[in-house]
Ligand binder design. Sequence first.
Ligand code: DC
Length: 230
Amino acid sequence: MKKIIIAIDGYSSTGKSTVAKQLARALGYVYVDTGAMYRAVTLFAMRNNFIGKDFFQKEKLVESLKDIQLHFHFNAERGFAEMYLNGENVENEIRTMEVSNFVSQVAAVPEVRKKQVQQQHELGKEKGIVMDGRDIGTVVFPNAELKLFMTASAETRAQRRFEELQQKGEKVTYDEVLENVKSRDQIDTSRKDSPLIQATDAIVIDNSKMSLDEQFSKILQLAQQAIKNA
Ligand code: DC
């Protein structure tokens, strides 16, 4: 059967990665979380003091991009590929609120994007891939056979993210999470390079009022149809 590229874009905390993982598993495809790549670069910038509460030394980060090696390694127990930064598993560390607070600034740097997009092209060249992010259907794979654009209200997304962070034991308030969701939306949609916009040929999935099962069966159907049509 012909393999295709499935691009899943949308706002933060719309459950893109959950559905992308489910879909990849069902189809026997590779799942690539491009947000994890931007998060790992952000963690590198934080550790090297290139970014902090009131500063961002962009030039230093750009100069150091050559020292950043990212790769995904499949963890059979967790059922998905985890993110490695220069050989170190950073899958958990990149999900903290601190990284979330800085990632949109780092992802807005054109040199950072250029390097990540090159690696994303490489990862998708054999097709058979589900890739999620913000610019997958518009910039990375504009010819993807299936493009989905996920959305939900900021309050619904903040509530989901808040519960997730609480389960992990992070001390944050709902208001802080809502603030972070709104501020990331703002930066992601207004940046000059590859802003978050819906591709004209993307199918919109608003999951504010959809259960995970409902969402998955709808998306699986769309994927099977797209594979048939390819
Ligand atoms: O999907 P996520 O929340 O893990 O993404 C983290 C940030 O990375 C998000 O605020 C925007 C950025 N990002 C991006 O600019 N382009 C992508 N393809 C994926 C993520």
